[in-house]
Ligand binder design. Structure first.
Ligand SMILES: [Zn+2]
Length: 430
């Protein structure tokens, strides 16, 4: 499928709506014609070719869950194996990693997505950018960044995520303007550099494009980790949010007011508990339909992430819709004494505690309608158990979880016992 290459700065609300309507209509027709699993479901819902004319007709279609995607397997694929040129997997933080096949056109679309995202972050052909994430381990994002920067015409060095020494060395040799990576790696690298007598605040780097960890809380204020990384590098942080299954991402502009969506490539709905759309500014589940995809056509895909579409135009002048920070994951929502608490909110409090070595959250069921939360935490050497932490948790969450202090080795073992590429900080025993 051919993707319209757009200049998002020139898009009006009317052209954005036309892109979304045309993209949704073509996505449904493609899935109906080429994907056996989708065809069966769409026919059962009474959908015929050309019957979905645009975004407004999406509400007649069933949603697709992560479980559906895993259960359908290759029945969902819309191209023969011979047309597939790249296969990556999801990160597997919630269940088995899922295969994400892509055709040559899908790879071009992936590159276009990141070209648009980096453009939002203010990058252009003249920039030199270090990619400090892994490009292997079946990881889609690293490949996407490389291809997107190449499409932008920027100079790229694939530094990877393994070595602070290599990253700092390449910063000094190449004088890059930006780095793509994980906020905790940026902080770790700044700490390492300081130990070598190197002050990264005086380096050429002015932008850090962040993936993997949230850089803002619900009120758009930087997370403690993001604030520390920005200060250590003397650079602006641009948060991005990507979903491998959708081969799509958002990226913040310089306003830091939500991630800009790319309407030529993705349509996003925010749905409440009853699957009804909520108004801009209200939280709900992010349900997305990727546009222009060939191999893995997903319609109304339930990401499980909770966020809001942000109302009003952005100060940067772009008219494209913006997605606010992810405040939590739907299936992780905890009912604590009648209050809904997301583990991400607990993590924000814990990440701000300088004396903590590490932590793991353990959720258990307390009965039919109620959960309990235990925080296992380890303290840095010489630190006292923080009495203020209990009060800060109470202030942020309105309830106080059980705190258990353990040895650092116990935290390391719990965090590494999970599957997937990310360290495990939430254990759900419900
Ligand atoms: Zn903006």
């Amino acid at each position: 499928m051919r993707i319209p290459r757009v200049d998002e700065g020139a898009l009006s609300p009317a052209t954005i709506q036309a892109l979304l309507d045309g993209g949704v209509s073509r996505a449904v027709d493609w899935a109906l014609e080429h994907s056996p699993w989708n065809r069966a479901r769409l026919q059962a819902a009474g959908v015929r070719p050309d019957s979905v004319r645009g975004v407004a007709d999406l509400r007649f279609l069933p949603t697709t869950s992560k479980h559906d995607l895993a259960a359908a397997g290759r029945d969902l694929w819309a191209v023969p194996q011979a047309a597939v040129v790249d296969i990556s997997t999801t990160s597997g933080t919630s269940g088995e990693p899922t295969l994400c096949p892509m055709t040559e056109a899908d790879l071009q679309r992936l590159a276009e997505n990141e070209r648009l995202s980096f453009t939002c972050a203010g990058l252009a052909a003249a920039d030199t950018v270090l990619v400090a994430v892994t490009l292997d381990r079946c990881f889609m994002a690293g490949l996407a960044y490389f291809m997107g920067l190449r499409a932008l015409g920027a100079s790229v060095a694939r530094v990877g995520s393994g070595s602070p020494a290599l990253l700092v060395d390449m910063v000094q040799r190449l004088a890059p303007s930006a780095i793509v990576g994980v906020p905790s790696f940026f902080e770790h690298t700044a700490h390492w550099a300081a130990g070598q007598g190197i002050d990264l605040r005086t380096s050429s780097v002015t932008r850090l494009v962040c993936i993997g960890e949230p850089v803002r809380g619900p009120n758009l204020a930087p997370t403690p980790l993001a604030a520390r990384a920005a200060a250590a590098w003397g650079a602006r942080l641009h948060g991005s949010y990507g979903i491998s299954e959708l081969a799509a991402s958002t990226c913040e502009c310089a306003q830091g007011a939500g991630g800009h969506l790319h309407p030529s490539l993705l349509h996003v709905e925010i749905l409440d508990e009853r699957d009804q759309p909520v108004p801009p500014g209200e939280l709900g589940e992010v349900v997305a339909t990727p546009l222009g995809v060939e191999a893995l056509p997903l319609l109304r895909y339930r990401t499980g992430d909770i966020a809001a579409l942000l109302p009003g135009p952005c100060g940067c002048g772009l008219q494209t819709p913006r997605l606010g920070p992810i405040v939590g994951r739907k299936h992780q929502a905890l009912k604590l004494k009648g209050t809904t608490v997301y583990p991400a909110a607990v993590q924000r409090v814990l990440d701000a505690e300088p004396g903590l070595y590490g932590y793991v959250l353990v959720a258990r069921s307390d009965g039919a309608l109620s959960d309990s939360l235990e925080i296992k935490l380890a303290l840095r050497e010489g630190e006292d158990p923080s009495s203020g932490l209990r009060a800060r948790l109470q202030g942020a969450l309105k309830v106080t979880p059980t705190l258990t202090v353990v040895e650092p080795q116990a935290i390391d073992a719990l965090q590494q016992a999970g599957v997937g590429r990310k360290r495990r900080v939430f254990i759900d025993e419900r």
